[in-house]
Design a protein around this ligand. Structure first.
Ligand code: B12
Ligand code: SF4
Length: 299
Protein backbone atom coordinates (compact mmCIF):
# COMPACT_ATOMS: atom_id res chain seq x y z
CA UNK A 1 0.00 0.00 0.00
CA UNK A 2 2.26 2.84 -1.23
CA UNK A 3 -0.27 5.50 -0.08
CA UNK A 4 0.67 4.72 3.51
CA UNK A 5 4.02 6.36 2.77
CA UNK A 6 2.51 9.82 2.10
CA UNK A 7 1.95 10.50 5.79
CA UNK A 8 5.58 11.28 6.86
CA UNK A 9 6.03 13.60 3.87
CA UNK A 10 2.68 15.27 4.57
CA UNK A 11 3.74 15.90 8.17
CA UNK A 12 7.22 17.09 7.10
CA UNK A 13 5.61 19.68 4.83
CA UNK A 14 3.81 21.05 7.91
CA UNK A 15 0.37 20.07 6.58
CA UNK A 16 -0.66 18.53 9.93
CA UNK A 17 -0.58 21.97 11.58
CA UNK A 18 -0.61 21.62 15.36
CA UNK A 19 -2.00 18.03 15.33
CA UNK A 20 1.13 16.73 17.06
CA UNK A 21 -0.50 13.38 17.79
CA UNK A 22 -0.17 12.50 14.09
CA UNK A 23 3.60 13.01 14.12
CA UNK A 24 3.96 11.22 17.46
CA UNK A 25 2.21 8.14 16.10
CA UNK A 26 3.43 8.33 12.48
CA UNK A 27 5.64 5.23 12.85
CA UNK A 28 2.74 3.18 14.17
CA UNK A 29 0.51 4.51 11.38
CA UNK A 30 2.92 3.19 8.74
CA UNK A 31 1.43 -0.29 8.92
CA UNK A 32 -1.54 -2.11 10.49
CA UNK A 33 0.86 -4.06 12.73
CA UNK A 34 1.67 -0.75 14.46
CA UNK A 35 -1.78 -0.98 16.05
CA UNK A 36 -2.05 -4.77 16.41
CA UNK A 37 1.21 -6.73 16.13
CA UNK A 38 -0.57 -9.90 14.97
CA UNK A 39 -2.76 -8.12 12.37
CA UNK A 40 -3.22 -10.04 9.10
CA UNK A 41 -6.51 -8.60 7.85
CA UNK A 42 -8.27 -5.25 8.12
CA UNK A 43 -12.08 -5.26 7.88
CA UNK A 44 -13.03 -1.75 6.78
CA UNK A 45 -16.51 -0.35 7.37
CA UNK A 46 -18.32 2.74 6.09
CA UNK A 47 -21.40 4.08 7.87
CA UNK A 48 -23.74 6.44 6.03
CA UNK A 49 -24.61 9.52 8.12
CA UNK A 50 -26.22 11.78 5.53
CA UNK A 51 -29.62 13.13 6.58
CA UNK A 52 -32.28 14.94 4.61
CA UNK A 53 -31.10 18.55 4.94
CA UNK A 54 -29.81 21.01 2.31
CA UNK A 55 -26.10 21.48 1.70
CA UNK A 56 -24.38 24.63 3.00
CA UNK A 57 -23.62 25.50 -0.62
CA UNK A 58 -27.38 25.56 -1.33
CA UNK A 59 -28.08 28.07 1.45
CA UNK A 60 -28.22 31.68 0.30
CA UNK A 61 -29.29 33.00 3.73
CA UNK A 62 -26.34 34.96 5.26
CA UNK A 63 -27.73 34.65 8.79
CA UNK A 64 -27.48 30.86 8.78
CA UNK A 65 -24.65 29.15 10.71
CA UNK A 66 -23.06 26.00 9.29
CA UNK A 67 -22.09 22.93 11.28
CA UNK A 68 -20.48 19.92 9.60
CA UNK A 69 -23.03 17.24 8.76
CA UNK A 70 -21.20 14.42 10.56
CA UNK A 71 -21.59 16.27 13.88
CA UNK A 72 -25.34 16.93 13.87
CA UNK A 73 -26.34 13.76 15.73
CA UNK A 74 -24.69 11.49 18.27
CA UNK A 75 -20.93 11.17 18.57
CA UNK A 76 -19.88 8.73 15.84
CA UNK A 77 -16.99 7.44 17.91
CA UNK A 78 -19.44 6.03 20.50
CA UNK A 79 -22.07 4.87 18.02
CA UNK A 80 -19.76 3.08 15.60
CA UNK A 81 -17.44 1.69 18.32
CA UNK A 82 -20.44 -0.10 19.87
CA UNK A 83 -21.40 -1.52 16.46
CA UNK A 84 -17.84 -2.68 15.75
CA UNK A 85 -17.68 -4.34 19.17
CA UNK A 86 -20.86 -6.24 18.27
CA UNK A 87 -19.24 -7.27 14.97
CA UNK A 88 -16.15 -8.61 16.78
CA UNK A 89 -18.41 -10.45 19.23
CA UNK A 90 -20.23 -12.09 16.33
CA UNK A 91 -16.90 -12.99 14.67
CA UNK A 92 -15.72 -14.66 17.88
CA UNK A 93 -18.85 -16.78 17.97
CA UNK A 94 -18.60 -17.66 14.27
CA UNK A 95 -14.86 -18.36 14.11
CA UNK A 96 -13.66 -21.94 14.63
CA UNK A 97 -10.39 -20.60 16.03
CA UNK A 98 -9.54 -17.87 18.55
CA UNK A 99 -8.04 -14.64 17.18
CA UNK A 100 -6.77 -11.20 18.21
CA UNK A 101 -8.88 -8.21 17.19
CA UNK A 102 -8.92 -4.48 17.71
CA UNK A 103 -11.66 -2.13 16.54
CA UNK A 104 -11.14 1.56 15.78
CA UNK A 105 -13.18 4.48 14.59
CA UNK A 106 -10.89 7.46 14.37
CA UNK A 107 -9.49 6.28 17.69
CA UNK A 108 -6.27 4.46 16.79
CA UNK A 109 -2.99 4.87 14.90
CA UNK A 110 -4.52 3.77 11.60
CA UNK A 111 -4.68 5.55 8.24
CA UNK A 112 -8.32 4.72 7.81
CA UNK A 113 -8.84 6.06 4.29
CA UNK A 114 -6.03 3.96 2.84
CA UNK A 115 -7.41 0.75 4.35
CA UNK A 116 -10.93 1.67 3.20
CA UNK A 117 -9.64 2.14 -0.35
CA UNK A 118 -7.79 -1.17 -0.40
CA UNK A 119 -10.78 -2.99 1.11
CA UNK A 120 -12.93 -1.74 -1.78
CA UNK A 121 -15.09 0.61 0.32
CA UNK A 122 -14.32 3.56 -1.96
CA UNK A 123 -11.51 5.52 -3.53
CA UNK A 124 -9.65 8.47 -1.97
CA UNK A 125 -10.97 11.44 -3.94
CA UNK A 126 -9.23 14.67 -4.89
CA UNK A 127 -10.84 16.22 -1.78
CA UNK A 128 -9.03 13.43 0.16
CA UNK A 129 -12.33 11.87 1.26
CA UNK A 130 -13.25 8.25 0.62
CA UNK A 131 -16.03 8.15 -1.98
CA UNK A 132 -18.25 5.11 -2.38
CA UNK A 133 -19.86 4.90 -5.84
CA UNK A 134 -23.33 4.27 -4.36
CA UNK A 135 -23.22 6.14 -1.04
CA UNK A 136 -21.04 9.11 -1.97
CA UNK A 137 -18.61 10.39 0.67
CA UNK A 138 -21.02 10.99 3.60
CA UNK A 139 -19.63 7.93 5.30
CA UNK A 140 -17.65 7.51 8.49
CA UNK A 141 -14.92 4.92 8.46
CA UNK A 142 -14.21 2.22 10.99
CA UNK A 143 -12.11 -0.90 10.99
CA UNK A 144 -11.48 -4.17 12.76
CA UNK A 145 -7.86 -5.31 12.66
CA UNK A 146 -7.63 -9.04 13.23
CA UNK A 147 -5.14 -11.88 13.19
CA UNK A 148 -7.32 -14.09 10.97
CA UNK A 149 -6.10 -14.58 7.37
CA UNK A 150 -9.46 -13.67 5.80
CA UNK A 151 -10.13 -13.52 2.06
CA UNK A 152 -9.60 -9.97 0.80
CA UNK A 153 -11.71 -7.82 -1.57
CA UNK A 154 -10.41 -5.92 -4.59
CA UNK A 155 -9.36 -2.28 -4.02
CA UNK A 156 -11.71 0.51 -5.15
CA UNK A 157 -10.96 2.22 -8.44
CA UNK A 158 -10.41 5.99 -8.64
CA UNK A 159 -13.43 7.51 -10.38
CA UNK A 160 -12.69 11.25 -9.96
CA UNK A 161 -11.63 11.48 -13.60
CA UNK A 162 -10.82 15.03 -14.73
CA UNK A 163 -13.22 16.69 -12.24
CA UNK A 164 -11.62 19.33 -9.98
CA UNK A 165 -14.78 20.95 -8.54
CA UNK A 166 -13.64 20.33 -4.93
CA UNK A 167 -10.29 22.04 -5.45
CA UNK A 168 -11.98 25.04 -7.07
CA UNK A 169 -14.75 25.32 -4.43
CA UNK A 170 -12.55 25.28 -1.33
CA UNK A 171 -12.84 28.84 0.05
CA UNK A 172 -9.35 28.78 1.58
CA UNK A 173 -7.49 26.85 -1.15
CA UNK A 174 -6.65 24.16 1.39
CA UNK A 175 -6.53 21.46 -1.28
CA UNK A 176 -3.07 22.34 -2.59
CA UNK A 177 -3.06 19.50 -5.14
CA UNK A 178 -5.43 16.62 -5.93
CA UNK A 179 -5.54 14.42 -2.79
CA UNK A 180 -3.31 16.73 -0.75
CA UNK A 181 -4.76 18.90 1.99
CA UNK A 182 -2.93 21.58 3.96
CA UNK A 183 -4.69 21.47 7.33
CA UNK A 184 -3.43 24.96 8.24
CA UNK A 185 -5.78 26.36 5.61
CA UNK A 186 -8.71 23.97 6.09
CA UNK A 187 -11.82 25.38 7.80
CA UNK A 188 -12.43 22.01 9.41
CA UNK A 189 -9.03 22.12 11.09
CA UNK A 190 -9.27 25.81 11.98
CA UNK A 191 -12.71 25.53 13.60
CA UNK A 192 -12.23 22.16 15.34
CA UNK A 193 -8.57 21.35 16.01
CA UNK A 194 -6.84 24.71 16.07
CA UNK A 195 -6.58 26.49 19.43
CA UNK A 196 -6.15 30.25 19.77
CA UNK A 197 -7.12 33.00 17.35
CA UNK A 198 -7.94 32.16 13.73
CA UNK A 199 -5.17 33.58 11.47
CA UNK A 200 -6.17 36.96 10.01
CA UNK A 201 -5.78 36.08 6.28
CA UNK A 202 -8.30 33.22 6.59
CA UNK A 203 -10.92 34.81 8.85
CA UNK A 204 -13.23 36.17 6.16
CA UNK A 205 -13.22 32.93 4.12
CA UNK A 206 -14.52 30.97 7.09
CA UNK A 207 -17.80 32.82 6.68
CA UNK A 208 -20.45 31.33 8.97
CA UNK A 209 -18.84 27.89 9.40
CA UNK A 210 -18.92 27.49 13.17
CA UNK A 211 -17.82 23.85 13.32
CA UNK A 212 -16.15 21.93 10.48
CA UNK A 213 -16.76 22.33 6.76
CA UNK A 214 -18.43 20.21 4.09
CA UNK A 215 -17.95 22.33 0.97
CA UNK A 216 -15.48 20.07 -0.87
CA UNK A 217 -17.92 17.19 -0.42
CA UNK A 218 -21.07 19.18 -1.19
CA UNK A 219 -19.81 20.16 -4.64
CA UNK A 220 -18.70 16.61 -5.45
CA UNK A 221 -20.83 15.10 -8.26
CA UNK A 222 -20.80 11.77 -6.39
CA UNK A 223 -22.80 13.50 -3.62
CA UNK A 224 -25.29 15.20 -5.96
CA UNK A 225 -27.95 12.56 -5.29
CA UNK A 226 -26.47 10.94 -2.21
CA UNK A 227 -28.77 8.64 -0.24
CA UNK A 228 -29.88 9.65 3.25
CA UNK A 229 -30.35 7.56 6.38
CA UNK A 230 -33.21 7.37 8.90
CA UNK A 231 -30.83 5.98 11.55
CA UNK A 232 -31.78 7.83 14.76
CA UNK A 233 -28.11 8.26 15.71
CA UNK A 234 -27.44 10.73 12.88
CA UNK A 235 -30.62 12.81 12.91
CA UNK A 236 -29.82 16.47 13.68
CA UNK A 237 -30.22 17.54 17.30
CA UNK A 238 -32.52 20.59 17.53
CA UNK A 239 -29.66 22.94 18.48
CA UNK A 240 -27.70 22.02 15.33
CA UNK A 241 -30.60 21.73 12.91
CA UNK A 242 -30.00 24.80 10.74
CA UNK A 243 -29.43 27.32 13.55
CA UNK A 244 -28.90 30.99 12.80
CA UNK A 245 -25.70 32.72 13.87
CA UNK A 246 -27.77 34.79 16.33
CA UNK A 247 -29.40 31.65 17.81
CA UNK A 248 -25.92 30.39 18.65
CA UNK A 249 -24.64 33.75 19.82
CA UNK A 250 -27.51 33.93 22.31
CA UNK A 251 -26.73 30.52 23.85
CA UNK A 252 -25.08 30.60 27.27
CA UNK A 253 -21.99 28.49 27.96
CA UNK A 254 -24.23 26.07 29.89
CA UNK A 255 -26.59 25.74 26.93
CA UNK A 256 -23.69 25.15 24.54
CA UNK A 257 -22.23 22.57 26.92
CA UNK A 258 -25.56 20.73 27.05
CA UNK A 259 -25.98 20.89 23.27
CA UNK A 260 -22.59 19.22 22.62
CA UNK A 261 -23.02 16.51 25.27
CA UNK A 262 -22.71 13.10 23.59
CA UNK A 263 -21.81 14.81 20.29
CA UNK A 264 -18.57 14.89 18.30
CA UNK A 265 -18.67 18.67 18.74
CA UNK A 266 -17.17 18.32 22.23
CA UNK A 267 -13.84 18.23 20.37
CA UNK A 268 -13.90 22.00 19.78
CA UNK A 269 -14.76 22.74 23.43
CA UNK A 270 -17.10 25.58 24.41
CA UNK A 271 -14.25 28.11 24.14
CA UNK A 272 -13.56 27.03 20.55
CA UNK A 273 -17.24 27.23 19.62
CA UNK A 274 -17.50 30.70 21.17
CA UNK A 275 -14.50 31.84 19.13
CA UNK A 276 -16.06 30.43 15.94
CA UNK A 277 -19.48 31.92 16.64
CA UNK A 278 -17.90 35.34 17.31
CA UNK A 279 -16.09 35.11 13.97
CA UNK A 280 -19.32 34.16 12.18
CA UNK A 281 -21.00 37.23 13.74
CA UNK A 282 -18.07 39.39 12.59
CA UNK A 283 -18.19 37.93 9.08
CA UNK A 284 -21.97 38.29 8.77
CA UNK A 285 -22.00 41.97 9.69
CA UNK A 286 -25.58 43.21 9.38
CA UNK A 287 -26.42 40.12 7.34
CA UNK A 288 -26.27 38.16 10.59
CA UNK A 289 -29.62 39.50 11.76
CA UNK A 290 -32.30 36.91 12.44
CA UNK A 291 -34.05 35.86 9.23
CA UNK A 292 -37.66 36.75 8.64
CA UNK A 293 -40.26 34.00 8.92
CA UNK A 294 -40.40 33.87 5.09
CA UNK A 295 -36.68 33.30 4.71
CA UNK A 296 -36.78 30.73 7.52
CA UNK A 297 -39.22 28.69 5.47
CA UNK A 298 -37.29 29.09 2.26
CA UNK A 299 -33.91 27.87 3.44
C1 B12 B 1 -6.26 14.35 10.82
C2 B12 B 1 -7.66 14.22 10.27
C3 B12 B 1 -8.28 15.35 9.77
C4 B12 B 1 -7.51 16.65 9.50
C5 B12 B 1 -6.68 16.46 8.20
C6 B12 B 1 -7.54 15.90 7.04
C7 B12 B 1 -6.76 15.23 5.93
N1 B12 B 1 -7.30 15.28 4.72
O1 B12 B 1 -5.71 14.66 6.16
C8 B12 B 1 -8.65 17.70 9.42
C9 B12 B 1 -8.92 18.28 10.80
C10 B12 B 1 -8.44 18.85 8.42
C11 B12 B 1 -9.83 16.79 9.04
C12 B12 B 1 -10.96 17.23 8.39
C13 B12 B 1 -12.03 16.42 8.04
N2 B12 B 1 -12.21 15.15 8.42
CO1 B12 B 1 -10.85 14.08 9.29
N3 B12 B 1 -9.59 12.87 9.96
C14 B12 B 1 -8.33 12.96 10.29
C15 B12 B 1 -7.74 11.60 10.71
C16 B12 B 1 -7.70 11.56 12.24
C17 B12 B 1 -6.35 11.29 10.14
C18 B12 B 1 -6.23 11.56 8.62
C19 B12 B 1 -4.80 11.51 8.16
O2 B12 B 1 -4.05 10.58 8.48
N4 B12 B 1 -4.39 12.52 7.40
C20 B12 B 1 -3.09 12.57 6.82
C21 B12 B 1 -3.16 12.24 5.30
C22 B12 B 1 -1.76 12.01 4.73
O3 B12 B 1 -3.88 11.09 5.19
P1 B12 B 1 -5.32 10.96 4.48
O4 B12 B 1 -6.23 12.10 4.69
O5 B12 B 1 -5.80 9.63 4.93
O6 B12 B 1 -4.80 11.14 3.07
C23 B12 B 1 -4.77 10.42 1.91
C24 B12 B 1 -4.80 11.43 0.77
O7 B12 B 1 -4.69 12.75 1.26
C25 B12 B 1 -3.67 11.02 -0.12
N5 B12 B 1 -2.41 11.82 -0.13
C26 B12 B 1 -1.71 12.36 0.89
N6 B12 B 1 -0.57 12.92 0.44
C27 B12 B 1 -0.57 12.72 -0.90
C28 B12 B 1 0.37 13.08 -1.83
C29 B12 B 1 0.11 12.74 -3.16
C30 B12 B 1 1.12 13.12 -4.17
C31 B12 B 1 -1.10 12.07 -3.52
C32 B12 B 1 -1.39 11.75 -4.94
C33 B12 B 1 -2.03 11.70 -2.55
C34 B12 B 1 -1.74 12.04 -1.25
O8 B12 B 1 -3.35 9.72 0.29
C35 B12 B 1 -3.41 9.79 1.70
C36 B12 B 1 -3.04 8.57 2.37
O9 B12 B 1 -1.69 8.67 2.59
C37 B12 B 1 -8.81 10.61 10.11
C38 B12 B 1 -9.01 9.32 10.91
C39 B12 B 1 -7.87 8.36 10.67
N7 B12 B 1 -7.31 7.83 11.72
O10 B12 B 1 -7.48 8.10 9.53
C40 B12 B 1 -10.10 11.47 10.06
C41 B12 B 1 -11.02 11.31 8.83
C42 B12 B 1 -10.15 11.29 7.61
N8 B12 B 1 -11.82 12.54 8.85
C43 B12 B 1 -13.02 12.38 8.47
C44 B12 B 1 -13.96 13.43 8.26
C45 B12 B 1 -15.43 13.06 8.16
C46 B12 B 1 -13.51 14.75 8.14
C47 B12 B 1 -14.32 15.97 7.64
C48 B12 B 1 -15.29 15.66 6.51
C49 B12 B 1 -15.07 16.62 8.83
C50 B12 B 1 -15.78 17.94 8.49
N9 B12 B 1 -16.91 17.90 7.80
O11 B12 B 1 -15.33 19.00 8.88
C51 B12 B 1 -13.17 16.91 7.18
C52 B12 B 1 -12.82 16.68 5.71
C53 B12 B 1 -11.74 17.59 5.19
C54 B12 B 1 -10.97 16.92 4.06
N10 B12 B 1 -11.20 17.35 2.83
O12 B12 B 1 -10.18 16.01 4.36
C55 B12 B 1 -13.32 10.93 8.12
C56 B12 B 1 -13.33 10.81 6.59
C57 B12 B 1 -14.42 9.90 6.03
C58 B12 B 1 -14.27 9.80 4.52
N11 B12 B 1 -15.39 9.53 3.85
O13 B12 B 1 -13.20 9.93 3.96
C59 B12 B 1 -12.12 10.18 8.82
C60 B12 B 1 -11.64 8.93 8.09
C61 B12 B 1 -12.63 9.81 10.24
C62 B12 B 1 -13.58 8.60 10.23
N12 B12 B 1 -13.28 7.58 11.03
O14 B12 B 1 -14.52 8.54 9.50
N13 B12 B 1 -9.58 15.50 9.38
S1 SF4 C 1 -13.30 20.95 4.37
FE1 SF4 C 1 -13.72 23.07 3.56
S2 SF4 C 1 -11.82 24.23 3.93
FE2 SF4 C 1 -11.30 22.02 4.22
S3 SF4 C 1 -10.54 21.35 2.18
FE3 SF4 C 1 -12.77 20.95 2.18
S4 SF4 C 1 -13.71 22.85 1.31
FE4 SF4 C 1 -11.59 23.36 1.90
Amino acid sequence: MPELRFLPEWIARGYAGSMAYLARSADRRADATGALASARTVIATATLYNTDRPYSTECAEPSRAHVARYAWGDDYHDVIAARLDALVEWMRQASPEPFDARAYVDTGPVQERVFAQYAGVGWIGKNTCVINPELGSWVLLGEVLCSLPLEVDAPALDQCGTCTLCLEACPTQALVAPGVLDSNRCISYLTIEHRGPIPAPLRAEIGSHVYGCDICQEVCPWNAAAPTTQDAAWQPRPAWDRPTIRDLERMSDDQLQRAVRGSAMRRAKVAGLRRNIALAVENAGDGGSAPTETSRRNV
